[in-house]
Design a protein around this ligand. Structure first.
Ligand code: NAD
Ligand code: WQD
Length: 357
């Protein structure tokens, strides 16, 4: 819009019906933002938006566009209709192993989709973006923790799409830096999010055979899967199993609200780790979940999963210093909330029959 555009301002959330997106939409609305959601529903359903409306007692439905970022005209239409002050860009495919089998699909969707989105932003003079990146962009170093200027390198197509997209954002930022077209971009490198909204009404819908550890453990806890397969107990860690930096989904969602605010303060280009700074092993996570649900969680030790490393933990101090962001939820909270969601929704947002389709 022009300088005289007096329409209400919106935050456009791509991938806003997905796991991290939906929890962020809830947080944004709680903080008083108006939100418009775009998603092609390739890995989600619309139901989380209904749950947000229920949790917050909203009178109107959250505006939702079923659109694919690969269709430029569809994105452009959303920008024409809504005056967007900032985009939070979650929409992407995210399964590491799948990306090694179908790299073109990942490059096309994640990279192509992002290029289209950035073009539409330029076309409509939308300057602010918050981008979902990942701890996976760090080159494995065996160090205790990663800072934002640790070396970057990726070993799989999924990770490379994230690294490329960071570079694209940096490139277009540089072309306009210092001019009246200057962008503001906050790149967030998430560590390992899990957990659910404390109401138990929203959480991660990870499908029948989850790729990630915590949704898998939750499916075992609720009796949908037999046992956890621990991928390697011969790592150089406290108990031999992999160590990761876990963060509660509601903390991660809050980091996005802070980032949107940061872009509105003309921050330029910023990169932040979003994690707790503490590492827990796979066995510690099984134990923590066992306590939260007060049930047995059978497991077996299997071989290592290809591409995995022993330890990935962040240094969270930059986000704390510049964004004022610090995690509030503990590991116990994360497990409690995951369990509450999983128990109430053993098949996620779908029924069992829908899920097996
Ligand atoms: P998710 O799959 O639940 O959400 C992504 C959403 O994007 C889905 O709803 C999907 O339907 C949508 N989408 C995908 N391609 C699209 C397209 N071309 N057009 C429109 N919509 C499209 O995943 P999530 O866990 O919520 O992850 C969100 C973002 O965070 C992703 O970019 C992911 O790579 C990144 N990330 C996730 C994790 C994690 O552990 N979950 C860690 C680091 C980074
Ligand atoms: C955690 C630990 C496994 C499953 C991935 C992506 C990363 C980011 C977050 C998107 C490891 C072990 C796992 C299982 C197991 N996503 N494990 N049994 O690999 O740290 O990160 O998700 O950007 O890019 O790579 O997360 O949950 O898959 O694994 O023993 O069934 O649990 O070996 O040590 P990871 P994860």
């Amino acid at each position: 819009g022009s300088a005289f555009d007096t329409r209400k301002e919106y935050i456009l959330v791509t991938g806003g019906t997905g796991y991290i997106g939906s929890h962020t939409v809830l947080k944004l609305i709680e903080e008083g933002y108006d939100v418009v959601v775009l998603d092609n529903l390739s890995n989600s359903v619309v139901e989380p938006l209904r749950r947000i409306e229920r949790i917050l007692g909203l009178k109107n439905q959250i505006p939702f566009y079923e659109a694919d970022l690969l269709n430029y005209d569809d994105i452009n239409a959303v920008f024409k209709k809504y005056r967007v002050s900032c985009v939070i860009h979650f929409a992407a495919l995210k399964a590491v192993e799948e990306s090694t089998r179908e790299p073109l699909r990942y490059y096309d969707n994640n990279f192509g989709g992002t290029v289209n989105l950035l073009k539409a932003m330029q076309e409509n003079s939308v300057k602010n973006i918050v981008f979902s990146s990942s701890a996976t962009v760090y080159e494995y170093s065996g160090k205790d923790s990663y800072t934002e200027d640790s070396k970057l390198a990726c070993t799989n197509p999924y990770g490379r799409t994230k690294l490329f997209m960071e570079s694209v954002i940096e490139d277009i930022y540089n072309t306009a830096a210092g001019t009246d077209k200057q962008m503001n971009a906050v790149i967030l490198r998430y560590f390992n999010p899990f957990g659910a909204h404390p109401s138990g009404l929203m959480g991660e819908d990870a499908g029948q055979l989850p790729n990630n550890l915590m949704p898998y453990i939750a499916q075992v806890a609720v009796g949908e899967l037999d046992k956890v397969h621990v991928f390697g107990a011969d790592y150089n860690t406290k108990d031999g199993t992999g160590v990761r930096d876990f963060i509660h989904i509601m903390d991660l969602a809050r980091a996005h609200v802070y980032s949107v605010k940061k872009t509105s303060e003309n921050c330029g280009l910023k990169v932040y780790n979003v994690g707790s700074g503490s590492g827990y092993s796979v066995l510690e996570m099984i134990e923590a979940m066992k306590e939260a649900c007060n049930c047995q969680i059978p497991f077996v030790i299997d071989g290592r999963r290809s591409g995995d490393v022993d330890k990935v933990v962040c240094d969270p101090t930059k986000a704390e210093r510049e964004l004022g962001f610090k995690v509030e939820y503990t590991l116990k909270d994360m497990c409690r909330d995951l369990w509450r969601w999983q128990q109430a929704n053993p098949h996620g947002y779908r029924t069992k029959a829908e899920k097996s389709n």
